[in-house]
Write a protein that binds this ligand. Structure first.
Ligand code: 13P
Ligand code: SF4
Length: 350
């Protein structure tokens, strides 16, 4: 990265000292990750944000929903900064509050809402987390989805899972013994979600029709192709991948899990990794004694994660040094209160 920007980032961080804490998601660029005080998956970063009450400013190098969660979990005196406001998440955008409320109204009209527990993936807006909190549900991440669903099925008979159909389906079917027939797909763009009354009544898992466009690019062909090219390869994927990809992989887990699996792998072993490219590249560089490759032939970065680059980080830090708070992310108090109920429920999972 540009040496001038590197020295400016260092100087700004030094000037701010303990007043600033920089969080970096594993999908961030190398040029940004070098300035993170801590790196992690969504779950670890939420906990880290909550555990830093003394930092006046939390600079979140990640995407919008993560910064919102950090704002909810930090004190009122702390300010959360997202270095580029365009760093959103297409998956989170697939569930809009008005659509979810319409779905809930339908479940109420059918008389089944009382038996449904809403569960939302961390990758959702604060509005959606607030909806889930005020309806007795829980937030989950890719590292605790099974525990969150176990808890939800103790509270009710059915789950409405938002917004990632793949994480919901993969967890229910591959980790909890539900069948594909126990899952239905609710499409917010179709009347009644495109489902019949009977389908909604019979379902155990009502999956929202959302997905990650980055992980959605891996296909069964990618898996079969790498197995042919590299005999003995271990296929390691994120649970946001399609069901047939996860079913045919050897290992599945969150970004933190993926990193630990590669660290624990024996020298000389080969790994095809199905997750965002910044992370896979970094793993390959850090483990030259292992053969680490990207699961697909085409490159795929998360374009919104990549919005946070060194120029944006330097700008944000220098603004803080100058006494201004740029791109502050705030959640209104009522939404924050309800969302916090669902986030605290997640943090309290066994
Ligand atoms: P995790 O880091 O929690 O596995 O999440 C992956 C992701 O897609 C974040 O946007
Ligand atoms: Fe959203 Fe997928 Fe990017 Fe994660 S990788 S921020 S889920 S689009």
């Amino acid at each position: 990265s540009d040496p001038d920007l590197v020295s400016r980032a260092k100087a700004a961080k030094a000037a701010l000292g303990d007043r600033v804490f920089v969080l970096g998601h594993h999908y961030q660029r190398d040029e940004v990750i070098q300035f993170a005080d801590v790196t992690g998956d969504s779950f670890k970063l939420a906990r880290e944000a909550a555990a830093r009450p003394d930092a006046e400013f939390i600079v979140f190098c990640g995407v919008h929903f993560m910064a919102e969660s950090a704002d909810i979990l930090t004190t009122d005196a702390q300010q959360v900064v997202l270095p580029d406001l365009a760093a959103g998440c297409s998956m989170a955008d697939m569930a809009v509050l008005s659509q979810v409320e319409k779905c809930w109204d339908l479940l109420q009209d059918l008389g089944i809402a009382e038996s449904v527990v809403p569960v939302t993936y961390m990758n959702s807006s604060a509005d959606i987390k607030g909806f889930v909190g005020r309806n007795g549900g829980v937030v989950c991440t890719s590292s605790n989805a099974k525990r969150a669903l176990d808890w939800a099925f103790e509270q009710g008979e059915k789950v409405l899972f938002l917004p990632d159909q793949h994480l919901g389906r993969n967890t229910a079917v591959l980790e909890m013994g539900y069948s594909l027939d126990d899952c239905v797909l609710y499409d917010p763009h179709k009347p009644n979600g495109g489902l019949t009354e009977q389908q909604l009544r019979d379902a155990k898992m009502i999956l929202w029709r959302g997905h990650c466009s980055v992980h959605g690019r891996f296909t069964l062909d990618s898996v079969q192709d790498v197995r042919e090219r590299v005999p003995g390869v271990n296929v390691l994927v994120h649970p946001e991948c399609r069901h047939e990809v996860v079913t045919n992989a050897d290992y599945v887990g969150s970004t933190e899990y993926i990193i630990k699996a590669i660290e624990a792998a024996p020298a000389g072993s080969a790994w095809a990794v199905g997750t965002e490219l910044n992370l896979v590249r970094r793993l390959a560089l850090a483990h030259p004694d292992k053969q680490i490759m990207f699961l697909d032939k085409a490159v795929c970065y998360c374009s919104t994660m990549n919005r946070i680059d060194l120029p944006h980080l330097v700008w944000a830090l220098e603004e803080l040094v100058a006494g201004r708070v740029p791109n502050q992310i705030t959640v209104d108090p009522e939404t924050a209160h309800n969302a916090r109920v669902a986030l605290d429920q997640m943090l309290a999972l066994p």
